[in-house]
Write a protein that binds this ligand. Structure first.
Ligand code: ATP
Ligand code: MG
Length: 449
């Protein structure tokens, strides 16, 4: 980058304070890693990491009058809190095998920056800022940033063998920044993909979500499909699986990627669309005309999605929402206001909204023949849902003008019969046969006790 637009104002006050204190105590200290990458791209870093020649005890000494957190002192990392912001300070080090994405099993502390930069994963992540806030770039990180390239520091095969998670980290940066992976690095990612089998589920899932919400996620899924089929074997049979249906003009995997591409960049939608049709190959049949059918595939997809997401230790909220969307993605929704109201008595409105988003993405990825009618259906359901909700209908017991307490004062005994009566009243109100009016409902209740 020719004339870097970074003057001495890039590093925020609280970070500079830490750098100066370390330097005044006679240590080397630099801002390093992701923050340098972000600055050179003209973005504001979401956090700042500092590396230093000071050993952990020396860091503690320099900041003895500040609160700090031991975020990995054994590995040379201490977070000092300045202005309520924790800043990670890490002693220059060389790494042994990694346990998680920041903490190798064994480390050797070093005295110079060079060794510390060379242990870092990608050239764009292996730069520091010197005292003048000029980049220290030993591996061509700036050039790669400019050319939009992800490249490992050193031999990609060796670097992935040290830590297989780097394969997914690299894909995450490529998806997030819309960068291409340099050919040698790309080949090694695919050839060494089995290394991911030794990486913990939590680490994999975190990186996977990061990839899936990236602006270039679809390109990365396409280019590195074998890597994804290694961590998600449930998806593999979709590739090349022809559908033999007028509603589709692509194999199941290509359809999946197209639907995925149309979806909001949030983990729940991205995961739901990734899995929505993965049960299709197992449910495939052909009728006498040769046409393909996939009866029962949403259920099968749900089963496979659940298996995959549980293995990856997905949190339960995400799991619930994704499985709901996968299982229901093919649902034919009600077509009259009355049926829509009834439907909403048993469904959460937010989930139905999410479902319509998923059904629309699915519709958009159909063949030209299948697409328009499918989109028209979603439009119709969306309009119907909006119309029904605009009437502020009574959709749950808490919206009802009478309560369990009212039935008690009418002399009804608490118990299952009371619940039944309340639900009966709710259904009638939703149907419009009873008005949600306190006097009217009390009169109705009196008659039915
Ligand atoms: P983000 O914006 O996602 O935080 P980042 O580059 O800051 O990106 P971190 O995971 O916070 O990524 O790691 C900080 C730095 O530590 C990286 O820039 C990189 O230099 C180094 N690093 C992190 N994980 C690894 C790893 N597994 N192997 C090698 N270096 C790593
Ligand atoms: Mg970071």
């Amino acid at each position: 980058m020719g004339d870097p637009a970074h003057n001495r104002t890039m590093i925020p006050e609280y970070v500079n304070f830490i750098l100066l204190r370390l330097r005044q105590a006679g240590h080397l200290a630099f801002a390093v890693g992701g923050c340098v990458r972000d600055i050179l791209r003209g973005e504001t870093p979401h956090d700042w990491d500092i590396c230093t020649s000071a050993r952990p005890e020396e860091i503690e000494e320099v900041f003895s009058d500040f609160p700090w957190i031991d975020t990995g002192k054994r590995h040379g990392t201490i977070a000092v809190i300045v202005d309520h912001r924790p800043v990670e300070i890490t002693t220059f080090r060389a790494d042994g095998a990694y346990l998680d994405n920041r903490h190798p099993q064994t480390v050797t502390f070093l005295n110079d920056l060079e060794g510390d930069l060379s242990r870092r994963d990608f050239t764009i992540n292996a730069m520091a800022l010197d005292e003048q806030e000029q980049p220290i770039d030993l591996f061509g990180g700036r050039q790669d940033l400019q050319a939009h390239i992800i490249r490992t520091v050193g031999d990609p095969r060796e670097r992935f063998q040290e830590d297989g998670l780097r394969i997914l980290r690299g894909l995450r940066f490529a998806a997030r920044l819309d960068f291409t992976v340099e050919p040698e690095t790309a080949r090694a990612m695919i050839e060494e993909r089995d290394l991911l089998k030794n990486i913990s589920a939590e680490r994999i899932f975190t990186e996977l979500k990061g990839i899936l919400v990236g602006p270039a996620a679809v390109r990365i899924l396409r280019e590195f499909a074998p890597v994804f089929f290694t961590i998600l074997p449930e998806l593999a049979s979709m590739e090349g699986f022809e559908q033999h249906s007028p509603y589709h003009d692509s194999d199941v995997w290509e359809h999946t990627l197209r639907a995925f591409e149309a979806s909001p960049a949030e983990p729940v939608f991205r995961l739901a669309l990734l899995f929505h049709d993965c049960g299709k190959p197992a449910c495939f049949t052909r009728d006498e005309t040769g046409r393909g059918h996939f009866y029962g595939h949403p259920k099968k997809s749900r089963e496979l999605a659940e298996q995959a997401l549980r293995r990856l230790k997905c949190d339960s909220d995400t799991l619930d929402r994704v499985l709901y969307l996968v299982e229901k993605h093919d649902t034919w929704l009600p077509e009259t206001e009355k049926n829509m109201r009834r439907f909403l008595l048993h469904e959460d409105v937010d989930r139905v909204r999410d479902l319509l988003i998923v059904e629309r993405c699915d519709a958009l990825a159909h063949s030209p023949f299948g697409r328009d009618p499918a989109i028209a259906n979603v439009d119709k359901w969306e309009a119907l849902l909006a119309a029904v909700l605009a009437e502020k209908p009574c959709l749950s017991l808490k919206d009802l003008a009478v309560s369990g307490g009212d039935l008690l004062s009418l002399g009804m005994a608490p118990g299952p019969l009371m619940g039944q009566l309340l639900n009966d009243i709710l259904e009638q109100v939703a149907d419009g046969t009873l008005e949600n009016d306190r006097a009217a409902l009390l009169a109705y209740a009196k008659n039915h006790i």
